[in-house]
Structures are given as structure tokens and as C-alpha cells.
Design a protein around this ligand. Structure first.
Ligand SMILES: [Zn+2]
Ligand SMILES: [Zn+2]
Length: 322
């Protein structure tokens, strides 16, 4: 089977031994397509993964082989995410499911940018859903990234009609804005790139005018400068949700947190219940992701990475098997 693998500064399409069930509980899924995540870009650019690694986790596919007591069968089209919390450890008990060791160890194999992947029964039970006919493959591929955004929004524990500012309007910023709207909050957005702000406006995310303070700021931008924007926009007593790494790893100033009684909190990866909400929002049309993706065939995956890095496109979707 064909996979896209990281080799030095390139993504190379290479043969890989086809995944098999080998008596295991779970399914072999033929990957129809896989979204290119910002975290894939970070892993590639900063060489966090070894050569030969297969990136990608935002998959939609069809079950090719199955050995499972779940409701799924061969031929079912499914969407799944890649990590599952144990539900029992101290992290899980405190709701920090993405810090759970089991969560970090579980994955689809070998990675989403592959013609086939092995999905365990645990995935099928906890984080996989059937894809209904009323949604496209590209749209449902936002299932995992939207789940990440929903978790971030829930962690802020906002009140009805609260205002939120999304700093950075790339695909994840737009998705955050869509999630906030769907959950009933008033959303503003800002980005230095004009065409991003324009698209956000068309999606009902108002441009931020830097006059009125907001209850919460969602930091989807990876720029260090964005920290200043967040601090000037958040109201006293408000929250800043950190949702991206930054190159300089700069901190939030101690005294400002103290005197303004700010809450700075992080959010990383979704729980099964956030994913269930994401599935519901996407399939019911409460969240609209139409027209956000640019489709690339697997052979052009290198181009997809480059176009994402140069901000030429919002979100790449890699079409792997038709
Ligand atoms: Zn992702
Ligand atoms: Zn756990």
C-alpha cells in the first residue's frame, strides 16, 4: 500500500507493507481522505518525528476488513479520531484526558496519509462514527479538529451571550469561531492576513475593533506578537485560552495575571464527548465548513504541506483512495 512518509525535509510517497488484522480486534480501514492538521506541519517542520513516520490523523474511510463486536461492518464509511483516554487514571478523573498515558499511546496505524490503516476495537467503540450521506468526505474530515475546538470552548466555561475573540483566522481559527457561534457566543476575530478576515466575515465572524474588551480570547495564532493582542483584548477577570505553540515560547506576564485576575488556560486534543459534540454539530449542519478545504491527491502531498506553510490555502485535504 502507498503511504506518505517524512524523509528529512520532504514528504515522500512510498510503499509500506499492507496492514492486516492478524486476528486482532478492530478494523482495516481504506482511507478515502485525510485532513492536513497544523500539528502535522509542526511535526514536519521542527523534525519532531523520525524519518519514515506517516503523519495524518483526520481520516474518513471505509471499513475493508473487520473483527469486532461493535455495530460496524464491512463497507461502512466511518470517521474516527486517533487517541482514546483510559477513563480511570488520575488525569482522566480530573478531566485532563489528553494528558492520559493511554491517550498518548493509542493511535491509528501507520498514520492517516496511507491507503489503509488499522483502527483498534477501542477506537470503534469510543471515537468512530458512521458518515451519513448528507455530508461530504471533506466536511466530515473536520470531525477531529472541531472536537479540539469544542474542548477548548468548554474549558472556558463561558456564560450565555459572552463575547469571544479568536486571534488567528487560519482554518483552526475559523473552526473555533464556528464552534463558538454554534455554542451560542458572540464571536470576533482578527488576523493580519486580509483574505482570512474577509472569509471570517462572510462566515459571520465579525472583525475585532480593539475597542470593546471580550470575556475570552482564543489563541489559535502561533505568533508571539499575538500575546499582546490577547492581553489588550481580554477584560479584567477574563480568560485566555492557549491553543497553539509559539516560536519564542514567551510567557504571559505575572503582574497582569495578578492585577487583572486573569485565567490563562491551555487545551490540547479532544475527549470522546467533545468528539461526539463535533459529530453532532457537523452532521446537523450547526457548524458550516463548506469551502474551507483544498483537495490534493496523495502524490501531491508535498505541495499540500508547502501551500499550507506559505498560507496559500486554508486547509488541505489529501484524497488518498477515490
Ligand atoms: Zn488534527
Ligand atoms: Zn487515563
Amino acid at each position: 500500500m502507498k503511504t506518505a512518509q517524512v524523509y528529512q525535509n520532504k514528504i515522500v510517497v512510498k510503499e509500506f507493507e499492507k496492514v492486516k488484522l492478524n486476528g486482532r480486534k478492530g478494523a482495516v480501514v481504506r482511507v478515502i481522505g485525510c485532513g492536513l492538521c497544523g500539528s502535522d506541519i509542526v511535526k514536519f517542520r521542527h523534525k519532531i518525528v523520525p524519518d519514515g513516520a506517516v503523519l495524518g490523523h483526520e481520516i474518513v474511510g471505509e471499513i475493508a476488513e473487520i473483527n469486532s463486536d461493535t455495530k460496524f461492518k464491512c463497507g461502512d464509511k466511518i470517521v474516527t479520531s486517533h487517541h482514546i483516554p483510559c477513563g480511570k487514571c488520575d488525569y482522566c478523573k480530573h478531566g485532563n484526558v489528553s494528558m492520559c498515558r493511554h491517550f498518548k499511546e493509542t493511535n491509528i496505524f501507520p498514520g492517516g496519509f496511507s491507503e489503509y490503516v488499522f483502527v483498534s476495537e477501542e477506537h470503534l467503540e469510543n471515537v468512530a462514527y458512521p458518515v451519513p450521506p448528507n455530508i461530504t468526505d471533506e466536511e466530515i474530515s473536520f470531525y477531529e479538529p472541531l472536537g479540539c475546538c469544542i474542548r477548548a470552548i468548554k474549558r472556558c466555561n463561558l456564560m450565555k451571550d459572552d463575547t469571544a475573540l479568536v486571534v488567528g483566522l487560519g482554518s483552526i481559527g475559523l473552526l473555533m469561531g464556528e464552534g463558538l457561534k454554534a455554542m451560542g457566543y458572540k464571536v470576533f476575530g482578527c488576523d493580519l492576513i486580509g483574505k482570512r478576515t474577509e472569509l471570517a466575515n462572510r462566515m459571520g465572524i465579525e472583525s475585532y475593533n480593539y475597542k470593546k474588551e471580550v470575556d475570552a480570547v482564543f489563541m489559535t495564532s502561533g505568533a508571539d506578537k499575538a500575546i499582546e493582542t490577547a492581553l489588550s483584548a481580554v477584560r479584567p477577570g477574563g480568560k485566555i485560552l492557549v491553543f497553539s505553540s509559539t516560536p519564542q515560547n514567551n510567557g504571559y506576564p505575572n503582574n497582569e495575571i495578578y492585577y487583572k485576575e486573569l485565567t490563562i488556560l491551555g487545551s490540547y486534543s479532544p475527549s470522546p464527548s467533545d468528539l461526539r459534540d463535533s459529530y453532532e454539530f457537523l452532521t446537523s449542519g450547526k457548524v458550516n465548513v463548506k469551502g474551507l478545504t483544498t483537495v490534493y491527491p496523495l502524490d501531491k502531498i508535498q505541495q499540500a504541506f508547502e501551500d499550507t506553510i506559505s498560507n496559500k490555502i486554508f486547509k488541505a485535504y489529501i484524497q488518498i483512495t477515490a
